[in-house]
Design a protein around this ligand. Structure first.
Ligand SMILES: Cc1cc2nc3c(=O)[nH]c(=O)nc-3n(C[C@H](O)[C@H](O)[C@H](O)COP(=O)(O)O)c2cc1C
Length: 181
């Protein structure tokens, strides 16, 4: 089932399980992806996001790839680009809140980035299947910052899955708030 009526960039996006290992993402493309993320809205314009992009052959790639879970390594290692996403939840190590909306805002920036990728003919697959503790130890983010997810990007010739489970718009409109009795 394809999403009906919505913009083709949204309708055409899905998370593939194969990438073309011979493809690459050049610097200009990478810059555009980050530029798209940069223009996402955020609470108080706090922009509480950070991205570590790594490509095969780059030294930083070797810091990230060993921390992939077996389930994601199967397809993510063929991607042309992996991006580790970071959120700034706290101002510093004292755990004074930096932004109540840090993870929410990071998600919006990632949505911008992935739809920009789609517009440039690149597929993306976000994932959490990696060793968060080991990757945090390796990358040692600044106080207040945390790793949230990773994104695999590249060329894919996967067809969209035949079945794409989604809750209905009626369901979105009916839960979870209470109604006056
Ligand atoms: C924060 C986040 C974490 C995810 N983690 C994984 C993961 O660990 N492994 C995986 O195969 N897919 C993962 N996904 C992809 C989702 O399973 C996928 O987006 C969802 O099933 C809807 O499919 P679609 O993207 O093809 O529309 C993740 C997606 C998000 C946004």
């Amino acid at each position: 089932m394809r999403p009906g009526g919505v913009h083709p960039l949204l309708a055409g996006r899905f998370s593939p399980y194969t990438f073309d290992p011979s493809a690459g993402v050049d610097d200009r493309t990478l810059d555009l992806l980050l530029e798209a993320a940069r223009w996402a809205p955020s609470a108080g314009n706090s922009q509480p996001w950070g991205f570590l992009p790594v490509r095969p052959g780059e030294p930083e790639y070797e810091r990230v790839v060993p921390r992939l879970a077996a389930s994601s390594a199967r397809w993510a290692m063929d991607a042309s680009l992996l991006i580790v996403t970071f959120t700034r939840r706290y101002s510093d190590s004292s755990e004074t809140l930096y932004s109540e909306f840090a993870d929410y805002d990071l998600g919006q920036a990632v949505a911008h980035l992935t739809i920009q990728a789609q517009a440039m003919g690149l597929s993306s697959h976000q994932f959490r299947a990696f060793d968060l503790e080991a990757l945090t130890k390796e990358l040692d983010p600044d106080p207040g910052w945390a790793i949230v997810s990773m994104i695999a990007l590249g060329k894919s010739s996967d067809a969209p899955p035949a079945v794409r489970a989604r809750r209905s718009t009626a369901e979105l409109r009916s839960a979870p708030w209470s109604t006056p009795s």
